[in-house]
Design a protein. Sequence first.
Length: 713
Amino acid sequence: MRTNLSIKRTCTLGILLLGTIAAHAQKENMDTILDIHHILGYLVAGLLITIFVMLFYNRVYYYREKEARRQSDRLNAQLSMIIDSNKTQTWTYDVTKELFSQFSVEDMKEVRFTSFEFSRFYDRDDFQELLKAINSVEEGRELSASAYIKSSKPKAEGEIQRIYETNISILRRNKKGEPSVLLGIQQDITDEREQMEKSRRLMMRYQTVFNTSQVDMIYYDADGYLVDINDKACETFKVSDRDALLKRKVRITDIPAYRHLDLRHLDDFMLSSYTDIDQVKREDERVPEIKVGGKMYYEADVSTIHDDRGNLQGIVTAGRNITEMVESNQRQRQASLLLNKTTKDVQSYINNINYSLKVSDVRLMNYDPVTHELEIYSDLNSAQYRLTQLKAISLIKEEERLRARGLFRRMDRRRKEPFEATLRTIMRDKTGRSVYLNFHIIPVLDKDGEVVHYFGMCRNETEMTYTEQQLLEETAKAQETEQLKSSFLLNMSYELRTPLNAVVGFAELYNGEHSPEDEPVFAEEIKSNTNILLSLINDILFISRLDAHMIEFNLQTYDFATLFDGWCYMGWSALGPSVKTVIENPYSRLEVVIDQQNLGMVIQRLCTYTTYEIQEGLVRAKYEYHHGELMITIEETGRGLSQEAQAKAFNRFVRDEYGGQRGTGLDLPIVKELIEQMGGTIELQSELGKGTAFYVSIPCELINYERKSEVIA
């Protein structure tokens, strides 16, 4: 606008000057025109006109150059915006000078590089491929060429190596028609490549989770045709030929439970169905590949997948056979609540997979044999943990680390066989138990059949492992109990037969020839063995009632101080004269709440037991009340018990190292069982050559007491 105004002003001034000269010339006649003064005037006027014309064209050229520069700046700014938005860079290559030139939009300068200088911006091997492409265009083998090159390795932390797609074409030719300048246009495709890699890995995870899911996963396209079905669904519906099923082009409406669906107005929903498959096969068979029969209750979650515009892209069903659960009302109710809870907020197929991983306590894992890095995923979106090989091994129990190293070595050597292993870790669950993890790992191969990395699932099997261990322990205990019962019955039958045979034997002697003087002996033996047999039977019956917890305990208030001495002396009634008895009774009155009959039996049997192995020496009995418990001690200074005998002292029908048996063989087992059922404890201490001592603790309630002024031993 300003340029046009200046030109108009200059033209107006020139016209006025020419008009003035012409008017002056009209006033003069021809005679005066040839006058020297007039000639000089004309020359000056011509000179002025020339200067004017030169100034005019100078201003026109200046303003046009200024306008062109402004237009160039505007175009460069637009070009810079286009290049930045498209992540595009351009450069030229001078074939003759072998120089690369790159135009900097920021400072509007052209920068030139030699091949060596230009190669520093790119990966060395990729730059060689770029030179090959340039030579191909330069030599005329191709009109244009393309190459994918990477930038040089980043020096700063956090930067990534960029990837460029470069197109090379001819910019100018020389007079001979040969390429003289080549044009290179390179576009940054790093983000696109990274997105493609993420999509590839996500699809790989999808396939793994889809095929290894513990529920039936079936995928239909937007038209309702079957696209994919996992192994679990094939197992549920007994489909032996998956490929034949997919080739049939089965529609979702061919399934009896989905025949009412309108694909044009389909939303996410849950479905519980009942189908008589045999009846369907007879009346309307549409999917003969399904071999399952009978009545089936089936529960499924149907989810729709839409694009950003809301168009239907596919249908995913996640379901399972709940026939057995329906038959049990309680299990069906629990399963329905769980299924409703787990599928309530599921809106897409990826969320379904992620929730399945969460509720099943399963983690995905990925191992790279190049970086030796183990990634653990709680869902398909991001890695929850990234562990080095050494860190992963350190989380395994020390006794299983050698096995874990072997598994990592297997993957580092890129073995192509899938494998499964359960390892015990140093981690603890909420109850403090060691966590057991089960790994199911498969190799992922490239198009050449080489292992790229390993992908798999990690499942927490702590509960299952400890349940199995508990079952083994309970089985062992049951077997041990059965063995004890068998041993008890065997010993009992032996112990019963011994006195019974004696009774029968001496009774038969009466029928044979014998001397009348022997009859008192026979009678005494029969009586003695009959008493033994009777005592043994009574003890067997009593301990059987104890085992069945049929003994009733009658707790009442008694003066233990007056009862204790009598119980002890009754137990020691068979002692010989060479054995001294000592009773330490520190109370003149001790009223406590106890079961008189059963506690008296305990003390009498213990005192009786001390008489079996002592011929001379001392037997002692004493007690003390302390903090709600009666502390009773009964000891003897006989020959004592060995360590092995002490360990078996409370077992039934135990014989000592000499082959002998103390009493009926059930005294101490009865005592121990009685004490424990009364809430007390019993301990045994013995030393060979020095004697045996029993320490009994019985809980009781103190009512009243009176201690003696002094205790006489």
